[in-house]
Ligand binder design. Sequence first.
Ligand SMILES: [Zn+2]
Length: 305
Amino acid sequence: MILPMSSDPPQFILLFLDGVGLGDRHPDNPLTNPDHTPFLSQLLGSPLVNDLGIYQPTLLAKPIDARLGVPGLPQSATGQTTLYTGINAAQFRGRHQSGFANGSLRQLIANHSLFKQVMALGGTVTLANLYSPAYFEAIAQRRIRYAVGTLVNLTAQLPFRMQSEYEQGQAISWDITGERARARGFTSPPITPGEAGRRLASLGACHTFTLFECFLPDYAGHQQQWPNAIAVLKRVDQFVESLVENLSPDVTLVITSDHGNLEDLTTKRHTLNPVPLIAIGPQAHRFDAAKDLTAIAPSIMQTLK
Ligand SMILES: [Zn+2]
């Protein structure tokens, strides 16, 4: 793929996929079969496995470490905080912290998030995910706690995208199509992965930095069900295909994860595997030296300074 080079200010879309690691080529690894990710496998010339290594000016793909020098299985709260701040949150907490970010992690996000960093340079940022009143009611009733990405937006004092934005084509559900949101009382019809990709590409064209979080792969990994794992991979692949086809020339798409899970269906737990770092677009080469989750935020910030 040849993308036109441009001298306009760089822009980024960060597509966060929860729970996708790069494992060995193995029958228990659904990412081994290129038929499950036909677009990405063809683009990269390889399935999404741990020997991935592409270093071209506008296309980069490599494994990066998610263990962060801390014993135990990598978890979401510290992994995502590390991705979105550039600070090793697992080392900061002294352990891998699962689920939600509170206390000192929240402070880290409030002070150092990519949203805050980009805004400090005068850039614009947005969280593309759809939110619902039911989510914030559950928070208020302390039935759930804030996820890291939610805190990134909240602590930057930015509005959340709700059903009205969704109906205008300006929000995407965490499951890409919106089917899961419908199961929770959301009334808008589902959209195709292709439509979701176009939505994210168009939001990305309007902002310096756009974040979208998809949690499907981690759920599928915990479930350990092959049909669902394959369906999730195909949905993500179709979404990425549409996103790449509609990407503005100044936008670099970065795809990564917080920890492994889906690539090993022999266990419902997370894995110690590295995670993918895929960068597509004019700034892809800026991620050449990235070794672990701490490298994403500073690599983005270096291009914007
Ligand atoms: Zn998980």
